[in-house]
Design a binder for this molecule. Sequence first.
Ligand SMILES: [Fe+2]
Ligand SMILES: [Fe+2]
Length: 276
Amino acid sequence: MSLFFRIQFRFYKMRILFIGDIFGNTGRRVLAQRLQSLIKENSIDVCIANGENAAGGRGLTSNIFKKLRKYGVHIVTGGNHSFSIPDNEYSFLDTPTVLRPLNYPPGNIGHGSTVFELGDGRTIGVINLQGRTFVHEALDDPFRIGKSAIDQIKEQTSHILVDFHAEATSEKMAFAQYVDGQVSAVLGTHTHVQTADEKILPGGTAFISDAGMTGPEDSVIGMKKEQVLRRFLLQTHVRFDPADKGPMINGVIIETDDTTAKAVSIKRVFERIIFQ
Ligand SMILES: [Fe+2]
Ligand SMILES: [Fe+2]
């Protein structure tokens, strides 16, 4: 086979690994142990992870971001916990490969989208949005803001992935339908429970309502189950601490066509991990 054909074959598809909300120390240990081998086994070109809970269950810090980079994550997205860090740490949110939802009111530090260049010269745009249904923050409209970001990024690259961080399945699904055919993938995050509805929409956009959580399965969405239960039973304030049992990795692997940027496959990743 000539070099030309080998190069064409190598670049035929982009393989994207997206990791669901990394939760606390357990989620980080999972990635330290498993991410490199997962990347190798699946010939992953780019790894994007939601890190809004990577620091003790709330937010992401500069040091933890550096660790995630070392494990193999290229871009970290956020959510409603992106700003749940001491405000003297906010400046770190200005890092181009760290995103927080784009539709927070203007004036906030940080970026809601980026265009990332892979080692081989290909590019992918990543947009982070937050839904408004059942959330506390009074955010700008993720639909219109998301659409305008897509139109802008399209001028630089046709591969675009959206992390739509939201509580309501309907809002995530509606957004995916709204931009079907215009982006390679719309992936839901925030609920910490992986859904089994992964699909490719008619226009070629890969979709899952929620990619799940990379963290302690033996918990209530990451926190110690006894504490969460106590709050539900007593309806008073109870401090929540990250759980540490039942390590698992959740996410999806998407393949896109290099020429059309449409998704050709989406596969869920759900593995229970035994720490070595
Ligand atoms: Fe989360
Ligand atoms: Fe969240």
